[in-house]
Design a protein around this ligand. Structure first.
Ligand SMILES: *[C@@H]1O[C@H](CO)[C@@H](O)[C@H](O)[C@H]1NC(C)=O
Ligand SMILES: *[C@@H]1O[C@H](CO)[C@@H](O)[C@H](O)[C@H]1NC(C)=O
Ligand SMILES: *[C@@H]1O[C@H](CO)[C@@H](O)[C@H](O)[C@H]1NC(C)=O
Ligand SMILES: *[C@@H]1O[C@H](CO)[C@@H](O)[C@H](O)[C@H]1NC(C)=O
Ligand SMILES: *[C@@H]1O[C@H](CO)[C@@H](O)[C@H](O)[C@H]1NC(C)=O
Length: 247
């Protein structure tokens, strides 16, 4: 009776955690192994490189944008005369930014060979809120049966407060109809009220907030589990001890 109480097996929860720790361990070592094995072909499409684009007004930076951009274009192929879908990443070192800053609107035009992509931001001076109100794409890829021109000037994306920057680390997709959508990666923009050549405090998109919630929830759940296991273990020990005393 006594020895049974003393040699009480580990609670199921502790065993579970141990099993978890043991099963998680090999995944770290296999990460290390992949560096020595032949590299797998990268899964297409690869994420675009992040570009750093500034627009200046009388020598001061008035618009700043930091982002990776990927175009998702559907067009008629000249060679096969069929509709094809292509993914085109903008290459920051081949991209020329231009644009202008005005009181209530600012423009960022990114030009690469055969591609012009223009962002139009609007500022509402009553509410001191800005947003991406327009996007224009003009593309003339080599296999296009005819140049593609798409624009929409009544958008409401990337909404932020004057003096702050808008940030979204997660991938976002802005669709402009059937033939064109824009994927953004690791984005931070400030189209108005840039002071001291740097971004104002960032206003983070909801997607990022959600992504941050997941580790918090997992962490809290694990901490809760450890607590429950501990309490169960202590109560179990006390019970068996108490049982021994009453007998
Ligand atoms: C491109 O757009 C098509 C349809 O619009 C969609 O099915 C596909 O997932 C998109 N691809 C990427 C990489 O965004
Ligand atoms: C991009 O804009 C430049 C300057 O306005 C123009 O010369 C060029 O043809 C445009 N390219 C495309 C693909 O529209
Ligand atoms: C600014 O925002 C207010 C409130 O949303 C709206 O009523 C007004 O029309 C906006 N002004 C402009 C110029 O868009
Ligand atoms: C422009 O985009 C808005 C919001 O996505 C959409 O409601 C509207 O129909 C679009 N306008 C045109 C002309 O495509
Ligand atoms: C944009 O401006 C910032 C702040 O002045 C500077 O650090 C950065 O190097 C500039 N980037 C480019 C591409 O000019």
């Amino acid at each position: 009776m006594i020895s049974y109480a003393r040699k009480q097996p580990l609670p199921v929860g502790v065993t579970f955690l141990l099993v978890l720790a043991v099963t998680l361990r090999p995944s770290f070592s296999s990460d290390a192994v992949t560096t020595t094995s032949p590299p797998l072909p990268p899964p297409p499409p690869s994420n675009p490189e992040r570009g750093d684009y500034n627009i200046t007004n009388n020598g001061t930076v008035c618009l700043m944008a930091h982002m990776g951009l990927q175009l998702n274009i559907t067009h008629l192929s000249r060679s096969t005369t069929k509709a094809v879908q292509v993914i085109v990443n903008l290459h920051p070192n081949l991209t020329t930014p231009s644009g202008a800053c005005e009181a209530d609107s600012s423009t960022l035009k990114l030009s690469e060979e055969n591609i012009n992509l223009t962002f139009i931001f609007s500022l509402n001076s009553t509410t001191n809120k800005y947003h991406l109100s327009g996007l224009q794409l003009s593309a003339n890829l080599s296999d296009m049966a005819q140049p593609l021109i798409v624009s929409n000037s009544s958008l409401d994306y990337l909404s932020g407060t004057l003096g702050h920057s808008y940030m979204c680390r997660a991938e976002q997709t802005f669709s402009l109809g059937q033939n064109f959508s824009l994927n953004t990666f690791q984005l931070q923009v400030q189209p108005f009220g840039v002071t001291g050549d740097q971004f104002g405090t960032a206003e983070e998109c909801d997607l990022d907030e959600d992504n941050m919630l997941i580790p918090i929830i997992v962490g809290t759940a694990l901490a809760g589990l450890v607590f429950v296991v501990l309490v169960a273990y202590l109560v179990g020990r006390k019970r068996s001890h108490a049982g021994y005393q009453t007998i």
